[in-house]
Design a protein around this ligand. Structure first.
Ligand code: 5RP
Length: 222
């Protein structure tokens, strides 16, 4: 699996061209991507990190890190995912960085996802838990509201996000219409962000592991 993640990350490195500001996600696949960036020293002005962990890795690799407030929108945002479906919808946030990840994806001109083939699902409902970042003050309240929507939330105990919030990992959400569920979850007071990405879809998903070459899934223009 690590070898597949590395291959997907290497394929993404080739896309870092004509980029001034690069958004960088979080997770083990991204770690391979950052190692690769350090090796090729591509020319971009600075990176914007989706987590403190990624910011530290980037700095260790000698890459300048700026705040999104300083850069404005980024040219390219590269990240991993926990699940994707044939419609390019994603579940993200098992690394806890979903809020900044969704902001960066939305603030990017091009969003590219690198995954190993185990992240591919015909239907998101059969895939993995959906992380939801919530204000600590509202954890029980938001959990009850999520139960009303049909989900089974589990508190990720002893864990705080970089924003000082908590995570509920939600199984069994009715996901026949992920875009609608994303909005319903987001509209619960106390919910900060949702790890369902059914509105800002990636333009490209790089999948490693099912064939000798990395598969390029290009989203048809809307
Ligand atoms: C972090 C994320 C990651 O992209 C996702 O968890 C995939 O991680 P990995 O590359 O380690 O499989 O959303 O919040």
């Amino acid at each position: 699996m690590e070898a597949d993640k590395r291959r997907a990350a290497e394929a993404a490195l080739a896309l870092v061209r004509d980029v001034r500001f690069l958004g960088v996600g979080t997770g083990s696949t991204v770690r391979h991507f950052i190692e690769g960036l350090a090796g090729i020293q591509p020319h971009f002005e600075a990176a914007v990190a989706s987590s403190e962990q990624t910011a530290a890795l980037l700095r260790q690799a000698g890459i300048r890190v700026l705040d999104l407030n300083e850069t404005g929108d980024v040219d390219l945002y590269v990240d991993g995912a926990d699940a994707f479906d044939p419609h390019f919808r994603l579940i993200k946030g098992h690394g806890g960085a979903l809020t900044r990840e969704k902001i960066l994806a939305t603030a990017s001109r091009r969003f590219v996802v690198m995954v190993d083939a185990r992240k591919r699902f015909d239907c998101l409902v059969d895939s993995v838990a959906v992380p939801v970042e919530v204000l600590p003050f509202a954890r029980s309240f938001t959990a009850r509201k999520i139960v009303h929507l049909g989900g089974a939330p589990a508190w990720r105990e002893h864990y705080l996000t970089d924003n000082g919030n908590q995570i509920l990992d939600v199984l069994h959400l009715p996901l026949s219409d992920p875009a609608s569920m994303e909005i319903q979850l987001k509209s619960i007071p106390g919910v900060v962000e949702v790890g369902l990405f059914a509105h800002r879809l990636p333009e490209l998903i790089l999948v490693a592991g099912e064939s000798p070459t990395v598969e390029r899934l290009e989203r048809p223009a809307l």
